[in-house]
Design a protein around this ligand. Sequence first.
Ligand code: NAP
Length: 353
Amino acid sequence: MGPPPSPIPVAVLGATGSVGQRFVELLERHPWFELARVAASAESAGRAYGDAVRWVQDAPLPEHAARLVVEECGPAIDCPLVFSALDASVAGPIERAFADAGRFVVSNAKSHRMDPSVPLLVPEVNPDALDLLEQQEHGALVANPNCTTIGLVLALKPLADLFGVRRVHVVSLQALSGAGLGGPSALEMTDNVIPYIEGEEEKVAAETRKILGNVTVSATCNRVPVVDGHTLCVSVELEREATHDDIVRAWQEFRGAPQELGLPSAPERPTIYLGEPDAPQPRRHRNTGNGMTAVIGRLRPCPLLGWKFVALTHNTLRGAAGGAILGAELALVRSRDNQQQIRPLASWNAERP
Ligand SMILES: NC(=O)c1ccc[n+]([C@@H]2O[C@H](COP(=O)([O-])OP(=O)(O)OC[C@H]3O[C@@H](n4cnc5c(N)ncnc54)[C@H](OP(=O)(O)O)[C@@H]3O)[C@@H](O)[C@H]2O)c1
């Protein structure tokens, strides 16, 4: 499919935060979407984005974004497409209000992930979760899973399709950017590992089941002094026998709807296996596929569950802003192909020549 006739104006809620900044960065060069509005807390509202934000990305702050005035998060922001990077403590009612006002909302917060009518979407893994939108009454609300869940289900999906996945044990080594701008201080994290991330282990287990179905997941989540990139040490029990080569081939050959449709944010390959004995590593491999590819390595037998491996995903790109943008691209294409009526996007399309 070709691009929309003109870029769709989008709003970013929570635009000043760790994930919000990634949205601003990615939308600067997006072929279909145009950053039109930015919103955050009352403390930031009324200031130019460039003054309100404590920019921590390597890429320079885009000039157009720097000049936008930060607004408070209310449906007076009338963009048809809204990306939410709001703090989870406030996201729930704000995102609902935008959806009720007829907007297409893609959320990164935990608030609505387990609602039965909300798609918990990883575009390559469960694109048909978007069918759930038909159960929503006004606009549309789609949730991105937790950043650790995203890496895990990307690595498991090719195995689930071919061999079935019964049980999973995962130990995460999660980057600092995953804790947001107000995360642990340098004093707390230097020379240290924190073996606790509130609510994370429960989220990984429950969200993985919502996405992949009947899988038993035991998760242990740790915060480590890495800037970006969550590393997962995974043991897996498969339902059917598979050789080392079978499993590696499953990852190397895996493609999903975003690749078939040629979506702008789709990496050429959603999963890649590296054969080096010491891969993947966050600093060296997190930007693979523009930060959208899950990089897997160290596949070897596990005496407990059968197989074990290491998977790495970029938490604020694939695990948050990039994944949400890819989800919106998928929804837009489904809407334009009339495969599925997605109200806010369908009406935007209808208004165009
Ligand atoms: N970081 C990750 O890797 C990651 C990955 C997946 C999902 N998530 C989820 O994504 C969301 C954002 O995470 P983050 O790491 O970017 O957090 P963050 O750095 O703490 O940013 C939070 C954002 O929420 C805004 N905010 C706070 N209170 C508000 C209020 N009362 N009204 C309106 N806006 C308010 C902040 O605005 P001010 O600057 O004005 O305070 C800021 O823009 C969270 O729900 C998180 O769980 C994060």
